[in-house]
Design a protein around this ligand. Structure first.
Ligand code: ATP
Length: 202
């Protein structure tokens, strides 16, 4: 089985791409969604002990906005949060991978922080979903109802287009319509089904 990572900047269309692959019965691991569940569940206690009770709302639930407000303005704090969450996401990924049917030709793992988290090391190939910054900002504002400043703050913590181009094996340009995107996903679905794992690098 070939494992393909899917990454890209905020609002590039990673999740949309993955959901189109899922429609073709390709298994997908959504690392960002799993990270959210872990943050609010098994890792909650540890996160509160590091960040303090001010990141809890009045019901004692983790207030993701206030946590985001801290970590997206402080790289050190973001590292601390990632050190708590990433190993658990990785364990969940391994469990998911081991549960895939032996007949699986290829599967996808979507992660915004594919390279920064080290998850790329478990991938045979990485597909970067790319779109112009203005397009990504506009789509994210529309999707989340957030303002441009908030989106730009998150953008700053992400790899540049040049870095993504350098690190990824395949790129999918998603500046066009949703039907353009569906066509590109169909192309990559055929391509991916022909791949074999790359030779071990010494
Ligand atoms: P994030 O990193 O914030 O999780 P993402 O890379 O997973 O974002 P998506 O959530 O897939 O991005 O897409 C962002 C928004 O843009 C969504 O509302 C999605 O429906 C929309 N979108 C994605 N691709 C297109 C497209 N080609 N045309 C129009 N809208 C699109």
């Amino acid at each position: 089985m070939v494992m393909i990572g899917v990454t890209g900047g905020i609002g590039s269309g990673k999740s949309t791409v993955c959901s189109l692959f899922e429609k073709k019965n390709v298994p997908v691991f959504y690392a960002d969604a799993v990270a959210r569940e872990i943050t609010e569940g098994p890792a909650r206690q540890e996160i509160v002990s590091v960040f303090g009770k001010e990141i809890l709302d009045t019901h004692g639930a983790l207030d993701r906005k206030s946590l985001a407000g801290i970590v997206f303005h402080d790289a050190g704090k973001l590292d601390q949060l990632n050190a708590i969450v990433h190993p658990r996401v990785f364990d969940a990924f391994q469990e998911w991978r081991n549960s895939l049917p032996a007949s699986t030709t290829y599967a996808l793992a979507e992660a915004a922080l594919m390279f920064e988290s080290g998850m790329f090391q478990s991938m045979d190939y990485v597909l970067a979903v790319m779109a112009d910054e203005a397009v990504r900002i506009e789509r994210t504002m529309q999707r989340d109802g957030s303002d441009e400043t908030a989106v730009r703050a998150r953008l700053q913590n992400q790899l540049s287009t040049e870095e993504l181009l350098e690190l990824s094996d395949f790129q999918l340009q998603n500046n066009g319509s949703l039907s353009d995107l569906a066509g590109k996903v169909s192309f990559f679905a055929v391509l991916f089904s022909t791949l074999t794992p790359p030779p071990e690098q010494s």
